[in-house]
Design a protein around this ligand. Structure first.
Ligand code: SF4
Ligand code: SF4
Length: 396
């Protein structure tokens, strides 16, 4: 029996007109606005109510970007190793670039049958292909890897390279492709369970880095076949990767705001490649997550910041879903001095891939009345409350 059921449309509910999201409005874009810069003044003139909160978030990022001042040199080295190289994979000529003048032609099924094993061989833990809904393309650039004229841009590069030709803050984004190849990258459960120590951060960075590398490699491969392709990853998104992955059937949207994958649960990071290469599409899936999350609440109860709602879904830009409060989440990270990730590790769907886990997932997906029992059983086996794991011996 498969872990999930194929369905005609994704299980998130569209109840109004979808509108494109402006990347400048994300917290990870706002925290990079340097006080006094033209961009910062323009943004906060439009949103004066965000000045104070953005300063607090920026102070946190500033601390994290100088780990040598808050953690040991060995830990700072791990932070650099996992996160810093990703910015190099964000350059315009790396995520996108020249397309070969001649095309390799093949049917959509044959092409999909070539692309998916290739993505897995490169390092993706799962890969699915879906249509690219233009509503999931960001409207404006908010977080380029370089900020023009800035003295520093921690934790990435300093200043702007002389020949940088990429989009800058506020530039409109266009991604004209028809298809999106979505990929999941698993995180090490033991490292993530150290939540509240720098090691969960390092593991998140490692998964993001692998996603960036694989996405740029896959996009380069497709361009060499003669078809346009663009990689989207942590340091250079043109699309919102979560709804794109939902449309490809990589999983379902959970209460915690993460995509829940049938095998990996919430314990993953995403990257994707958009392209016009003709590809056979995968259907969206139904794992029963909407009903499961309505009963479960485990992430919301364990979230130390109260960022995950315990109540009902609300409508956000045309989609009914559980709305996470990213400000509460990031301010908690600021308090910790590192990422938290408790919601990703505590989720019953994120348990290790044992035979028992596979059986329980199948029951959860296909037998709705059993879900309440499975939530109770997860509490019994793994505990109702988050218990942090110690950092691994090698890291000490
Ligand atoms: S990362 Fe931590 S603080 Fe943020 S939503 Fe998840 S559990 Fe809450
Ligand atoms: S912990 Fe429970 S409520 Fe939260 S995302 Fe996972 S299944 Fe849904």
């Amino acid at each position: 029996m498969p872990l999930s059921r194929d369905v005609d449309r994704p299980t998130y509910e569209i109840v109004g007109e979808l509108s494109r999201f402006d990347e400048r409005d994300t917290l990870f874009s706002r925290e990079r606005l340097v006080p006094g810069s033209p961009e910062e003044r323009a943004y906060h003139a439009a949103y004066p109510e965000l000045v104070e909160i953005d300063r607090r978030i920026a102070a946190f990022i500033e601390t994290v970007s100088r780990p040598e001042e808050s953690v040991s040199q060995a830990d700072a080295a791990l932070y650099s190793a996992t996160f810093d190289p990703i910015a190099g994979l964000a350059l315009p000529d790396v995520v996108d670039g020249q397309v070969a003048p001649t095309r390799v032609e093949a049917g959509p099924g044959e092409m999909a049958g070539r692309i998916k094993p290739l993505a897995r061989w490169l390092g993706a833990d799962d890969v699915r292909i879906g249509p690219l809904n233009p509503a999931w393309v960001y409207s404006h650039r908010g977080a380029p890897p370089f900020f023009a004229g800035y003295q520093s841009n921690p934790p990435h590069f300093s200043g702007l390279p002389e020949d940088y030709r990429g989009l800058q803050w506020g530039d409109p984004i266009e991604v004209p492709h028809r298809y999106a190849i979505s990929m999941a990258f698993a995180q090490d459960r033991d490292l993530l369970r150290t939540g509240g120590t720098p090691f969960s951060d390092f593991e998140i960075g490692r998964a993001y880095a692998l996603g960036a590398l694989v996405a740029t490699q896959l996009a380069a491969y497709i361009r060499a076949l003669g078809w346009p392709a663009r990689a989207h990853h942590l340091r250079n998104y043109g699309v919102a990767v979560v709804p794109v992955a939902l449309d490809a059937g990589l999983g379902e949207l959970g209460r915690c705001g993460y995509l829940i994958h049938p095998r990996l649960g919430a314990n993953l990071r995403l990257a994707c490649v958009t392209t016009d290469l003709p590809l056979a599409l995968d259907p969206p899936v139904d794992l029963g997550i909407q009903d499961f999350c309505a009963r479960c609440l485990k992430c919301a109860v364990n979230c130390p910041s109260g960022a995950i709602p315990k109540g009902d879904k609300v409508v956000v830009r045309g989609v009914r879903k559980w709305r996470i409060d990213p400000v509460k989440c990031l301010l908690y990270w600021a308090h910790l001095g590192s990422a938290c990730a408790i919601c990703q590790t505590i989720c019953p769907w994120s348990r290790p891939p044992t035979l028992l886990r596979r059986i329980m997932t199948q029951i959860a997906s296909h037998v709705p009345p059993a879900r309440r029992f499975l939530i109770w059983a997860d509490d019994l086996v793994y505990g109702a409350r988050f218990r942090p794991a110690p950092p691994p011996a090698w890291s000490r």
